[in-house]
Design a protein around this ligand. Structure first.
Ligand code: Q46
Ligand code: ZN
Length: 307
């Protein structure tokens, strides 16, 4: 196959775009997709300050590099979860990457926040990943608001978005369906959230990271439970193989036809939010879920240590 741009030998084939690219031209394809996402969805401008959530994986590091290369004012935020044998490696990758590219970075340690994930796992009787995800989202939002950032950017790609949409649809979870998309506008207590990689698949992002020589943290988290999303991604991989482009069509169809209806419904029945009495984050329950988790960890630890 020949490169769709320069006609040299292609090294990446993209059936869903009916094209292929050589190593030099591929990053340009990636750049165009990110530019289109930002422009069409009105994600942010060059005058705005963007906080980028950095896990150390291919998606977040590729996003950070690409936005910096495009001239956006980006700062990385890494959350050190305190998971032995894993978190220190992820943090090292992020710090090395940012130092190598001269990018600003902030690290937030869950240990210092009273919420190291091993303690959460040991003392909270709920699936650790759902609690961990909630804790991360809470802190990304809080740091973005406190730092006066205009938007929080995450590295969610098309496969992540489609797998999540599919899971929410299987459950007909209208609250989540109303709250999914490449841009979630700012509202009281919430920073604007954007996903500039939503047009790009996992494969496409992995190629970019590889061709740009980004060293990523790829070890699986020791607490990962083979979440249902993995199965959904495999299923969608099969559908995409049979009919290239279907993933993107499904997601775009939802944004055009499904999301507006779910958003209107949730506006009518959604619960009103007020600031958490402990931390000020928006909640419908007096004390927010993260403050309640923190208290539960503290109490359970005190009981087990007899303190
Ligand atoms: S870090 Fe946290 Fe993930 Fe580990 S405990 Fe689960 S959610 S798997 S992305
Ligand atoms: Zn709170």
């Amino acid at each position: 196959m020949k490169c769709s741009r320069c006609k040299q030998l292609a090294c990446v084939s993209l059936p869903s775009h009916n094209s292929g690219f050589c190593a030099e031209c591929y990053p340009l394809f990636f750049t165009r997709q990110v530019e289109t996402a930002i422009r069409r969805e009105k994600m942010f401008t060059r005058e705005e300050r963007i906080l980028v959530a950095l896990s150390g994986g291919k998606d977040s590091l590729s996003l950070m590099l690409e936005l910096a290369l495009q001239g956006y004012a980006v700062t990385g935020l890494h959350i050190d979860l305190g998971i032995p044998g894993s978190s220190e490696k992820a943090r090292a990758k992020v710090e090395t990457f940012c130092a190598a590219h001269g990018l600003k970075i902030q690290v937030l340690e869950m240990e210092k926040e009273g919420l190291p994930i091993p303690d959460v796992k040991a003392h909270v009787n709920r699936p650790v990943c759902s609690v961990c995800g909630r804790i991360k989202r809470h802190h990304f939002n809080r740091v973005a608001l406190e730092g006066g950032y205009d938007a929080l950017a995450t590295g969610h790609n098309l496969d992540d978005e489609v797998a999540r949409l599919f899971a929410n649809t299987l459950r007909w979870d209208t609250a989540y369906l109303s709250d999914q998309g490449p841009v979630l506008p700012a509202r009281e207590g919430f920073v604007r959230k954007v996903k500039p990689l939503f047009r790009l698949s996992e494969f496409e992002t992995a190629n970019y990271a590889f061709l740009k020589g980004i060293e990523i943290h790829s070890d699986p988290c020791p607490y990962a439970s083979g979440a249902s999303f993995t199965g959904h991604k495999e299923l969608w991989g099969e559908l995409e193989h049979r009919s290239p482009g279907q993933k993107f069509q499904f997601y775009q169809g939802f944004l055009k036809n499904g999301k507006p209806a779910f958003a209107a419904r949730e506006k009518e029945i959604g619960e009103p939010l007020a600031p958490c009495c402990e931390c000020g984050s928006p909640t419908s329950a007096g004390t927010c879920s993260v403050c309640r988790i923190k208290a539960a960890v503290r109490e359970s630890k005190a009981k087990t240590t007899g303190a």
